[in-house]
Write a protein that binds this ligand. Structure first.
Ligand SMILES: *Cc1c(COP(=O)(O)O)cnc(C)c1O
Length: 368
């Protein structure tokens, strides 16, 4: 079996043991060390560690002081955490369609939904490739919007050399399957000193010094053990990304021309860190996506569908007071992607021969 994800954190042992021996498990020097290393990766002045990627998004939106009725524009083709965070922060969600090239917010569609109540632009750097920040950042600036990036899947990615997470408030997830993982964990990166200070307050019950509360806050802290698991992964991140990129190149070369299948594009000026390697199975393929998944499962190839429905298209979100009525058909590109996207293994534990196997099995299954 070639699984979709493999997690290897064995080299975290010495640091984890160091924490265990210290007896100090709650946020402390190891978290600070992890934050410093993370800020270097994102090229930002600050990195604030939190307990998961969802709270990274919630805290970021809270730090910007959104009020009820303020609008956040985001992608409908994302994980539910993006939506849940906006709802939790009390804002209203506006969706804009995505582009078929990078699966992320289409600047032209965004321009159409920006209104007088729009306060934040929240692009999702999906699958490991940055959204079109070259156009989205100026658009946000023109309308006085703050940028919160859902960079959960894109640690180490960049656009024109500028890292994902450095365009505004960068929100990263360190969940078990993400490219850098602490099991559960999150990180917020930014250059704004005031926002970083506010994030640190919000994370720790709004407390400046012991029992000196400046604001209503929360407990979003990361533990020393989690930080110890993450630090060695950042040290070898460049190498891990290079292996993902090599695997992706091998997949795209091997799968090129397979009937009914489109390989993912890496757009000019962008570095893709391949959290997911996602092909599109079009209507003219010999098998439907679901048939191909069963066929590949039988052949021992793990697959994933991210995401089978648009994020708002679930009963629990219908008539939600913070989600103005929307239908999947209003987002034709995202809607179609949700029907065609299929992720194949690309992780760094794959050997060259594993990748060959994936290519061969997919091609055979599609009659190529
Ligand atoms: C994983 C993920 C999140 C949420 O991160 P958690 O750490 O699971 O809370 C948010 N957005 C996207 C796009 C993700 O993939």
């Amino acid at each position: 079996m070639i699984p979709l994800t493999v997690v290897d954190v064995r080299d975290a042992e010495p640091l984890v043991i160091e924490v265990l021996r210290s007896g100090s498990l709650a946020q402390g020097p190891m978290v600070a060390r992890f934050e410093e290393a993370f800020a270097r990766v994102a090229g930002t002045a600050h990195a604030v560690a939190v307990n998961n990627g969802t709270t990274a998004l919630v805290a970021s939106l809270q730090a910007l002081g959104l009020r009820p009725g303020d609008e956040v524009v985001t992608s409908p083709f994302t994980f539910v955490a993006t939506l849940n965070a906006i709802l939790e922060a009390g804002a209203t969600v506006r969706f804009a369609d995505v582009s078929r090239t990078d699966f992320a917010l289409d600047p032209e569609a965004v321009a159409e939904v920006i209104g007088p109540r729009t306060k934040v632009l929240l692009p999702v750097h999906l699958y490991g490739q940055p959204a079109d920040m070259g156009k989205l950042a100026p658009l946000a600036a023109e309308h006085g919007l703050r940028i919160v990036e859902d960079a959960a899947q894109s640690v180490g990615a960049s656009l024109e050399g500028k890292p994902a997470g450095s365009y505004g408030l960068g929100c990263f997830s360190l969940y078990a399957t993400k490219n850098v993982t602490t099991g559960e964990g999150g990180m917020i990166t930014c250059d704004d000193d005031e926002v970083a200070d506010r994030l640190r307050l919000l994370r720790n019950q709004g407390m400046r010094a012991r029992y000196a509360y400046e604001t209503a806050g929360h407990n979003y802290r990361m533990s020393e053990l989690h930080a110890a698991v993450g630090i060695p992964q950042l040290a070898k991140l460049d190498g891990l990304i290079a292996i993902r990129q090599r695997n992706a190149r091998q997949l795209s070369t091997g799968l090129a021309g397979a009937p009914g299948l489109a390989v993912p594009a890496v757009l000019p000026g962008r570095s893709h860190v391949w959290h997911q390697y996602t092909v599109l199975i079009g209507p003219h393929a010999m098998l439907s996506r679901e048939e191909l998944i069963s066929e590949l499962t039988e052949r021992g190839i793990g697959t994933g569908v991210y995401y089978p429905k648009l994020v708002f298209d679930h009963e629990c979100f219908r008539d939600h007071p913070q989600i103005p009525a929307v239908r999947p058909q209003e987002f034709p590109v995202a809607h179609r992607l949700s029907q065609e996207a299929l992720s194949l293994p690309v992780h760094p534990a794959l050997t060259e021969s594993d990748v060959d196997t994936v290519v061969r099995e997919v091609r055979e299954a599609l009659g190529a």
